[in-house]
Ligand binder design. Structure first.
Ligand code: DSN
Length: 426
């Protein structure tokens, strides 16, 4: 039998990297072994275009059960009445929402990418910005908080059909109620993209977007700690207010339009092995352990934010409500790019990130984004956060001193060996 030692040796190397580093990328996490087992399962062999009970292939009776289970568990996680678990990613989930709700050329309003927003919320480089007329709101220069006045002003002036809330580099909670109020005033829909804080929302530690937003999308692999993928959910179904019809010219409810937008609108065969892994992850999210995990994420993030502030680092908005923080390094005389690259050499992984009103290019940036979901999964607690900040500070303050960087790397490996990752894998 053909044995691919090349790929499996590389996967061993990746396991070593994950085990021996401090993972601070805010959008990453470590799934359970069960989630990974479901992903690496026979379900990858199955074609199942369509939805449970209505497929274009035979032999779908088992994957129908798997997908139905994933949908039912997800509905329970968020108190939703409808969900679609087929989007291959968060970007696909957002694209499906646009397809279901809007016509090309319609106006949308989202948080500017350079202020912490996401590519799929109207960036000119993305499908969303190429297909729709995108307008943006930002954050306040002084407070670093979402500038709701600006959001309302642009909404009233441009009358977008959709207002998008959600971000990939914003450390504070959202005022969904306020956004819904202006949306109702101008007849817009509100989409909450909760890809980043979804796990904290599921655990009940942040405001609930389902109370006020028409449609919610998310990825499943960040704070939700599932496999790489996307989802869409509704708490209340409704008629599309903009007269969008199905391909046969019939008016449908939003849930029906969203199902049609995912398949056949935008995707082909669903990844049933990933859907099986989503079902496992949603089962985990429904446990008390996950609530505690969410609480620990917030405690860790706040402890880490305080440790950075105590060392003179400038955090955008001066702190965090969620799992991440955005740090402006300009007072530390190091760029985001150099910080990321030097920390990488010390086995501390994070990403460079533009800060609001940044004067550097997105390839260089003035900041870094730091997140704690992955190290919280590893079992690190508040007391470990200040130790990590000490190590980061040592690297950043000695970024040209390879001996110091190598010394920190040894400390990192020592620290993380106390928090075993996937010991079952040998
Ligand atoms: N790449 C994701 C993140 O890191 O936030 C957003 O898509």
């Amino acid at each position: 039998m053909y044995q691919d030692s090349v790929v499996f040796n590389l996967l061993e190397k990746e396991l070593y990297r994950q085990r021996h580093g401090i993972e601070l990328i805010a959008s990453e996490n470590f799934t359970s072994l069960e989630v990974m087992k479901a992903m690496g399962s026979v379900a990858t062999n199955k074609y199942a275009e369509g939805y449970p009970g209505k497929r274009y292939y035979g032999g779908c009776e088992v994957v129908d059960e798997i997908e139905t289970l994933a949908i039912e568990r997800l509905k329970k996680v968020f108190g939703a009445t409808w969900a679609n678990v087929q989007p291959h990613s968060g970007a696909q989930a957002n694209t499906a929402v646009f397809l279901a709700c809007l016509k090309p050329g319609d106006a949308i309003l989202g948080l500017d990418l350079s202020m912490g927003g996401h590519l799929t919320h109207g960036s000119p480089a993305n499908y969303s910005g190429k297909t729709y007329r995108a307008f943006f709101y930002g954050v306040d220069r002084e407070t670093g908080l979402v500038n709701y006045e600006q959001l309302e002003q642009v909404a009233r002036a441009e009358k977008p059909k959709m207002i998008i809330c959600g971000a990939s580099a914003y450390s504070r909670d959202w005022d969904y109620k306020r956004i819904r109020a202006v949306a109702d005033e101008i007849g817009a829909l509100v989409l909450a993209d909760i890809a980043h804080p979804a796990g904290l929302i599921a655990a009940g530690h942040l405001n609930d977007p389902f109370d006020h937003c028409h449609i919610v999308t998310s990825t499943t692999h960040k704070t939700l700690r599932g496999p790489r993928g996307g989802i869409i959910a509704l708490r209340h179904d409704f008629e599309n207010p903009f007269g969008i019809k199905d391909p046969k010219g019939n008016l449908r409810t939003m849930s029906q339009l969203l199902d049609l937008a995912v398949f056949p609108g935008m995707q082909g065969g669903p990844l049933e092995h990933v859907i099986a892994a989503k079902a496992v992850a949603f089962g985990e999210i429904l446990t008390e352990d996950f609530k505690n995990y969410g609480k620990q994420i917030i405690l860790n993030a706040q402890a880490m934010a305080k440790a950075f502030v105590d060392k003179g680092y400038h955090l955008i908005s001066n702190g965090t409500d969620n799992h991440l923080m955005l740090i402006d390094l300009r007072n530390k005389n190091i760029t985001g790019k150099k910080a990321q690259e030097t920390l990488d050499r010390a086995h501390i992984t994070l990403n460079k990130n533009a800060v609001p009103f940044d004067d550097k290019s997105p390839f260089v940036t003035s900041g870094i984004r730091v997140g704690v979901p992955a190290i919280t999964t590893r079992g690190l607690k508040e007391k470990d956060m200040s130790a990590i900040v000490e190590l980061i500070d040592k690297v950043l303050m000695n970024s040209d001193d390879e001996k110091t960087v190598a010394g920190v790397k040894e400390e990192v490996v020592r620290l993380m060996s106390q928090f075993p990752l996937y010991p079952e894998l040998g």
